[in-house]
Design a protein around this ligand. Sequence first.
Ligand SMILES: C[S@@+](CC[C@H](N)C(=O)[O-])C[C@H]1O[C@@H](n2cnc3c(N)ncnc32)[C@H](O)[C@@H]1O
Length: 357
Amino acid sequence: MKSHDLNATVFETASQAKDALERHKTAGQAPTAASANLPDAPTGTFGEMAEDLSHILDTSHFFLTGERDAGHVVECLVLQLHDLRSECTPEVWKALIPMAQAHPIRERLMADPFTRRSFEKPRGYSGDGVLLDLLYRHPAAKAEVDASSKMGRDIYAHTSISESSCAVQERREILARYVDKAATRRPGAEILTVASGHLREAEFSAALAKQKLSRWVALDQDEANLAVVAKEFAGTVVAPVSGSIKGLMMQQYDLGSFDLVYSAGVYDYLPFEIAVALTRRLLDSVHPGGTLLFGNFSTEVVPDGYMETFMNWSLIFRDQAQMRDIVDAATADTEAQAELFFGQNRHIIYAQITKAA
Ligand SMILES: C[S@@+](CC[C@H](N)C(=O)[O-])C[C@H]1O[C@@H](n2cnc3c(N)ncnc32)[C@H](O)[C@@H]1O
């Protein structure tokens, strides 16, 4: 999984920075999750789209009830929902979501522990550490998968290797490589992870294993996630810190500064202005010469329709221009170099900002 740098676009933040906020002011509003992922002007009326949705769901339900491989049926369903979503205006798609969720197929899809946890949100949000462990096919999730029905395991066999799941699995390795690079640049490097979840990428870090880091702060708002981090990384330099994005932006924590600051899995929830403010704040906590990295699901996500309906999980998908706008606006007064790159299957886009030494 090396090709994440093949699509890199390097740009000078200084020359482009000034326009970004202006563009957003004149455009009126930051893009919504739905509009961001709809490249062509969709024309389907609500009636037409509702009929198509019913047909897709009835057919998938029929096959799920039969002897067919449930994973394959869900794979087709994911593609059909993606196509349907792209034919809908954001308003029509929004109106279709409750219809999909009320269809009897939902009950069957809930056999998949990954889909079910996201839909039910036992901690009030979809992407908690336990859900991410299911996505990572991490050993910590094995008991729950084993306890699922055959249909649940068959569906999970697909959903846990869907394009978006693979992109997040790859993300762990990308993040660990950044940590290791920071330790190579400066032995005893200091790392800050914002919205750490269970910090599973740390399991891939040679620098952590070889004790090349002096501290690794894992900040998250969810105490249950942090309890897992504390247990799994006890005796290492990993330090769980209870904190929120809001607290970070209000400078409520005295964390010092870092060689590498990164965040993955949280920008997808942040509107443009907050994403810019957070990026500025995080850049402030990067040492001169250090790096800030953040990722966001791209507008090319294929399971978007499935996530928004049967996983009840809506994100803000962003394209290169939208990521660049965040970077430009956040670095307007900073001497920094920025680079955007996609992960291998283009489902996640990353922004890397290197502060001048
Ligand atoms: C999708 S998970 C990503 C976890 C981890 N970074 C990973 O890649 O596996 C999102 C994480 O963001 C955290 N989070 C969400 N909103 C937050 C906020 N406002 N402040 C701090 N953490 C937040 C959640 O608790 C959760 O652990």
